[in-house]
Write a protein that binds this ligand. Sequence first.
Ligand code: CA
Length: 521
Amino acid sequence: MKRREFVKSVGLGMASVAMARPGAMVFGRAAAETPNILFIMTDDHASHALSCYGSRINWTPNMDRIGLEGIRFDNCFCTNGICAPSRAVILTGRHSHINGIRDNAHEFDGRQSTFPKLLQKAGYQTALIGKWHLKSDPTGFDYWNILPGQGDYYNPGLIEMGAKKQYPGYVTDILTDLGLDFLENRRRKDKPFLLMMHHKAPHRNWQPSPRHLTMYDDTRFPEPETLFDDYATRSGAAREQEMTLRQHMEINSDLKMGPAPARLNEEQKAIWEKSYGPKREAFKRDNPQGDELVRWKYRRYLQDYLACVAGVDESVGKMLDHLEKSGLAKNTLVVYTSDQGFYLGDHGWFDKRFMYEESLRMPLLMRLPGVIKPGSRNQNLICNLDFAPTFLELAGIRAPEAMQGVPLVEILRNGKARTWREAVYYHYYEYPAVHMVKRHYGIRTGRYKLIHFYYDIDAWELYDLEKDPHELKNVYGDSAYADVGKELKAGLRRLQAFYGDSDELAQKFLREDLEEQRKSK
Ligand code: CA
């Protein structure tokens, strides 16, 4: 792209974001025909592990159905790639530096405006089931039943409207039953509903349902092109993280070569042992080392991760079937997403956090008969900030000015938007902390990505995603990209100003976080 075109597009992007403030046709209370919303979100499900996004490693027929009968967003990104921050952005439609959840350590201030609260006020019955992870009690829900913290895969405890209760069985199945119970028995027939189904799976340490423990035993997964990335052209941030398969993935707990978790009952333990016993024996016998150990870990990791995904895919199928049978399908927006992406051996990693594509990208599928044309595909640059204003506008409610996202309603109706933002903004804060991914912020346009790592490093990275889709060649400082880099930096500063973020604010948060860490030691 020529320099002038680039300037024009980033400039236009900002203008179009400013112009595209919410503007629903109906305001006030939700009308009888306003759509129900079933929002299904998983934890750490990368879009390259959904078959509708071209997965080479698994098959997700039920999730795919939402996209096939609705729209598949190909460029949906998170603004801060870890669990609690992404959830807070989705609820508030505001960036982390404003909603207060910059990392997993902070507690969500439930007094602030959220889309469930606004839907509730407009007459929706609102419910939340599953992972919450924001520390404070949920607000804005008529019914909630949540996992404490990260929750457990087997025989989990849940907190139902403040009361703790134990549930025997597997977490994805339990949450599915609770979701179906809401639709069948708790739903008020005189109101539209919002049901947020937040699954724990496929979060680390990837414990599948007993019925899925052996489903990938015979599968040879193709390896990612970047499994042995040497980070040669990147800054120190990529080398100094602690999330490699090689060094940081734990053989006993992550890859189940240790004893079965104590939470399992005798029957579950027997099934567990039947699956993992032979794998443990083979591991001892083969004793892989070096690159072979990385390959063994990759395969072992995917077997469990993808089996967890299969459990959620079945859950999605059950929810969709219920909507069909009950007649609710025709007036229910169904959404499938995940709080952020994940590294599935890409760059030699697991986990998320970095602004590289595999974890920056979120799967996003939506279906709403009569509004979304089946088989739609969209390439606009959207982000999780846009979810809240979208749901509000679909319900005929004006999104508050303080929300920083843009409603996707025009895209849902027409498959694309006439004008749209030309860049998205990202800011990650959780450092020093688990996995040691350094603090960074950046801009991603349709073609380029510019990242700035700061605090105990001051490094920039620039990628040309068209020429280098795997982000292996950092071209920051390359004279051929001098103009592009300069304009991206200017675009980044404009985005920061637009969203109310800055280096000064980042430094202030850094000082506060370090002070809190010092106090808690
Ligand atoms: Ca997550």
